[in-house]
Design a protein around this ligand. Structure first.
Ligand code: AP5
Length: 214
């Protein structure tokens, strides 16, 4: 099964993708994570990407489609979770073409619906394990008292460079201008399922499971 997790910044895409990896053996393809890796590589492409991401703008379609193309060639027995990709109509068309070339397609597009106010609160409180990528939140899933990640035991927690108020405003604008049209696009293709992303993490997991099992 191949699925897309769609939703604004902070909607819980990464949190839910990690759960699907654990429970369904799927492979998470997060273009945000791939771009952060490229950024840390110190190449000139990495430096260009870092500046764009820090401002909260979208990286070019060409770069992200190239990253996804490479990963698709590796295959995934349990299917792919596209997390944060596609984000533009061109990326959505390219994903359809890339999957078709592999004799595959998309089975579902889950859009996580979360109020804008809650997004700002979630992002301001987010911390990520720099070793395994586990996502924490000062309010709902605090870093353990012993200062060690409960998933891998490391203690290098990070706050993202684009989790500032200014960058978040740009990220939200980019979402509403360029990514939200994908909701109509996938609805027209009969693939869209809306899931309430405002509940607790477990409740959202259950909503996604229901949508996928339907
Ligand atoms: P990316 O890394 O994809 O960031 P994003 O879309 O802005 O999403 P986030 O990672 O901020 O949030 P999330 O929905 O994964 O939420 P999370 O689970 O962490 O992209 C970053 C940048 O890379 C972009 O701005 C762009 O520059 C570039 N980029 C990436 N892909 C691109 C593409 N395809 N094209 C062009 N450019 C691209 O949760 C957030 C917080 O909330 C956490 O603290 C979590 O613990 C908490 N939380 C989660 N669920 C709940 C819940 N149900 N209740 C309470 N708290 C919750």
């Amino acid at each position: 099964m191949n699925i897309v997790l769609l939703g604004p910044p902070g909607a819980g895409k990464g949190t839910q993708a990690r759960h699907l990896v654990e429970t369904r053996g799927m492979v998470q393809l997060s273009t945000g994570d791939m771009l952060r890796e490229a950024k840390d590589s110190g190449t000139s492409m990495g430096r260009r990407v870092a500046e764009v991401m820090a401002r909260g703008e979208l990286v070019t379609d060409e770069i992200v489609i190239g990253l996804i193309r490479e990963k698709l060639e590796e295959g995934a027995r349990g299917g792919f979770i596209f997390d944060g990709f596609p984000r533009t109509l061109s990326q959505a068309d390219a994903l359809g073409d890339l999957l078709a070339a592999e004799g595959q397609g998309l089975d579902a597009v889950i859009v996580l619906e979360v109020d804008d106010e809650a997004l700002v609160q979630r992002i301001a409180a987010r911390a990520t394990c720099g070793t395994c990528g586990a996502v924490y939140n000062d309010l709902t899933r605090p870093i353990p008292e012993d200062g060690k990640c409960s998933e891998c035991g490391a203690s290098d927690f990070q706050r993202r460079a684009d989790d500032t108020e200014e960058a978040l405003r740009t990220r939200l604008l980019e979402y509403y201008k360029k990514t939200s049209p994908l909701i109509g696009y996938y609805h027209a293709k009969g693939l869209l399922a809306r899931v309430d992303g405002m509940g607790e993490v477990d409740a959202v997991q259950a909503g996604i499971a229901r949508a996928l099992d339907d």
